[in-house]
Design a binder for this molecule. Structure first.
Ligand code: KIV
Ligand code: ZN
Length: 500
């Protein structure tokens, strides 16, 4: 572990707000950039690349706001090798610039229509200009992995002589492999300045290449939350941190318990969903269905989990379906506070598998219903829908009114929302707000059939205190299916609370 041992601490530059925002279709507002920057700072990254000052007036306002937030992290702007770009970065009050110059002949000739000497001269001029204006300079070689290494090194040396504080090697189109990455960074480690590694994931190698570079001699990794970025994306922050922490035993000074909430925030604000099977932050990363796995987990969670979910701010989830076994159903029932005999358990398991064979996932509320039927303890719902109206349209604020019976008392409440579903859910939550504190944590819709009359299935995760439960509603009407799912979740949570 040459590089890591050499430099001690691994530094992280997060570029979610610059390279991550270059993901097609993503554009963050000032407030959104600010809230991501605050969470990145709380997580403990060293540098936040807040954007590119040349992009737009709005981008500059957002970057200025991030720079003015008084965060502990260094705030950087991307700039090209132009002094007017540096002036725009200075207007944003950033601490540093990420000065990017193309270094491969392909980029120099085809993109810039320039030559190696001119690129070198402008890198030096702009570095000197930025240093004269008090900025920290990270001089970055774009497409370095396809550049002539001798030229790259001479450009880096010229940059250091001009005052560059750090250097960066970009694998712009993700063509490195780990062995090569290790060797290159070993060779670069004789330069008298720290070198960063900036990788892309076109071949799914970004994390491996980044970690290999750190082992070879890199002292800083460029990363994005959830690995978002152009094409296949960038190196993912959470994967690098947890690989270093868990597989190499290296402390990163990152507050790992905050990784999941940051991932959710970035996914929500960018509108880029996280793949269920994504390492560390994907929905399935700590979810188990197979009975044989759950059996192992009950004995020792490390049988089927490489790290404890709590390490990254997550919880283990047991999903029931056709692969469920006795152990998983028993565990799920225990979580719901339901006790049963061996015979009853066998009957519940067989009904769960029946549902699974029909292609269904079994929500907590479904399991509870099955258990209640098998144990003959059907309970009267605490919250019952009596009447429900919703108004929506291009000139109307979506409004819903619901008449609901809560613990026998009738309530008529209206709610508004961003759409009819939101209005309906808000109205229901208002009816029970005086009785109990239930939160809607997740909402998800699947179209089961096609066409405008498609059958939809709505999945919700509802929470009360630190207890959460999944519930489901289905039908041709998405609003009614949502209402059904939310009421089911509320009833189950209230029942669990009553049962203690
Ligand atoms: O991937 C890349 O080369 C970049 C540079 C512009 C720094 O993001
Ligand atoms: Zn990049």
């Amino acid at each position: 572990m040459r590089g890591i041992a050499l430099f001690g601490k691994v530094h992280l530059l997060d570029t979610t707000l610059r390279d991550g925002e270059q993901t097609p279709g993503v554009s963050l507002t000032l407030d959104e950039k600010l809230s991501i920057a605050r969470q990145l700072d709380a997580l403990g990254v060293d540098v936040i690349e807040a954007g590119s000052a040349v992009t737009s007036e709005g981008e500059r306002e957002a970057m200025k706001a991030v720079a003015g937030e008084g965060l502990r992290a260094e705030i950087a702007s991307y700039v090209r090798a132009r002094t007017d770009d540096v002036d725009l970065a200075l207007d944003c009050d950033v601490n540093s610039i990420h000065l990017v110059v193309p270094v491969s002949d392909l980029h120099i000739k085809s993109k810039l229509r320039s030559d190696r000497d001119s690129v070198m001269r402008s890198a030096v001029t702009v570095t000197e200009y930025a240093k004269d204006h008090g900025l920290v300079v990270e001089l970055s070689g774009e497409d370095a992995s396809r550049a002539d290494e001798a030229y790259l090194k001479s450009l880096y040396k010229a940059g250091i002589d001009a005052g560059a504080d750090r250097l960066c090697y970009c694998d712009t189109v993700g063509v490195l492999v780990p062995e090569k990455s290790f060797e290159i960074f070993s060779r670069l480690s004789d330069l008298p300045a720290p070198v960063s590694v900036h990788c892309h994931d076109d071949f799914g190698q970004a994390t491996a290449n980044t970690v290999a570079a750190l082992r070879g001699g890199a002292s800083q990794a460029h990363v994005t939350v959830n690995g978002i970025g152009e094409r296949g994306g960038n190196t993912s922050l959470e994967e690098v941190v947890m690989t270093l922490e868990s597989l190499y035993g290296i402390k990163t000074e990152i507050r790992c318990q905050e990784l999941y909430s940051l991932s959710r925030l970035v996914s929500r604000l960018t509108g880029i969903p996280v793949a269920p099977n994504k390492a560390i932050v994907g929905e399935n990363a700590f979810t188990h269905e197979a009975g044989i796995h759950v059996h192992g987990l009950l004995a020792d969670t490390s049988t089927y989990e490489p790290i404890h979910p709590e390490t990254v701010g997550r919880k283990r989830r047991i999903v029931l379906g056709k692969h469920a076994g006795r152990s998983s159903v028993e565990l799920a029932l225990r979580e719901l506070g339901i006790e049963c005999t061996k015979g009853e358990l066998a009957e519940i398991l067989s009904r769960v598998k029946d549902l699974g064979d029909k292609g269904k996932r079994v929500a907590d509320a479904d399991l509870q219903t099955i258990a209640e039927i098998v144990l003959s303890i059907e309970k009267e719902p605490k919250v019952k829908l009596d009447e429900f109206t919703v108004v929506s349209g291009n000139r109307a604020t979506p409004t819903a009114s619901v008449r609901i019976i809560v613990n026998g008392a009738e309530m008529l409440v209206a709610g508004t929302g961003v759409g009819p579903v939101d209005a309906a859910i808000n109205a229901i939550r208002r009816t029970i707000s005086g009785v109990t504190d239930v939160r809607l944590e997740e909402y998800h819709v699947d179209a089961i059939t096609g066409g405008t009359s498609a059958l939809v299935e709505v999945w919700v995760t509802m929470a009360m205190g630190d207890r959460s439960i999944t519930a489901r509603g289905a039908g041709a009407d998405i609003i009614m299916a949502s209402v059904e799912a939310v009421l089911e979740g509320i009833n189950r949570l209230m029942q669990l609370e009553e049962d203690g």
